[in-house]
Design a protein around this ligand. Structure first.
Ligand code: COA
Length: 211
């Protein structure tokens, strides 16, 4: 599948730029993750990928994860992992996925920032960027997200952006089950708190299963 159009897709918020990364940038992203996203005794992710920090192939695995999602891309089943940059510096990753998107019109998201970039409102701004892509750009009807109970920053980002708590579920990133909040926002409730510029979407639409 020719994914070249995705290289031209750029989202811009007042402070951030979101786009695919080059291989070299993905190595930088891996190094940023390796430098720390959360305290080692906590695990905010449903998949405990950051427990690999300290292993020799950790950075290469982050690169591989990002590249494998592109290799697996299908218009019915896609995951777009965008680099998040502030002033040209890589500060984190914002992902968005769609399964049977053309029919279901629902996206799910996941994200992280390097520790020194957290707590400045960037998490809210980058989620708003992909929600604008979803609702305004791709005609999504709903977006879902989740947060492990106790992950106040992630929960607050969802709440601030208008998601509703629709249930709880259980995940077990480190083996023992932990509670997980399930959030959802419908198109009618969405209003972006920041302006988002979407560049280069038109040639990408077929890749998202859209006409
Ligand atoms: C989750 C994450 C992406 C949020 O990004 P962020 O830039 O730190 O968040 P923001 O600054 O946009 O906003 C966070 C909100 O949570 C609040 N918050 C942050 N930490 C908090 C804490 N420990 N307790 C209570 N509220 C907290 C902030 O005050 C803010 O709410 P407010 O505007 O009402 O004050 C980021 O913190 C992160 O990468 N965390 C580690 C990885 C992670 O948890 N990823 C998500 C997995 S589901």
């Amino acid at each position: 599948m020719n994914l070249a159009p995705l290289d031209g897709l750029v989202l811009r918020t007042p402070r951030l730029e979101l786009r695919l990364g080059t291989r070299e940038e993905l190595f930088s992203l891996g190094s940023l993750a390796e430098a720390g996203i959360h305290p080692p005794d906590e695990m905010p992710f449903a998949v405990a990928w950051t427990d690999g920090i300290g292993q020799p192939d950790f950075v290469a695995n982050v690169v591989e994860y990002n590249e494998s999602t592109l290799r697996a891309w299908e218009p019915r089943n896609w995951t777009l992992n965008l680099l998040v940059l502030e002033g040209g510096e890589i500060c984190g990753s914002q992902g968005m996925s769609g399964v049977d998107f053309a029919d279901e019109r629902t996206v799910s998201t996941g994200s992280w920032l390097g520790r020194r970039w957290q707590g400045r409102g960037y998490g809210t701004e980058m989620r708003a960027a992909v929600l604008e892509l979803a609702f305004r750009g791709l005609g999504a009807e709903a977006a879902i997200s989740g947060a492990i109970v106790g992950n106040e920053a992630s929960r607050r980002v969802s709440e601030k952006l208008g998601y509703r708590l629709v249930g709880t579920s259980s995940v077990a990133p480190r083996g023992d089950p932990v509670d997980h909040y399930d959030f959802r926002i419908e198109r009618a409730r969405w209003s972006s708190p920041v302006e988002v510029e979407i560049e280069g979407l038109e040639p990408c639409l077929p890749l998202f299963g859209l006409p």
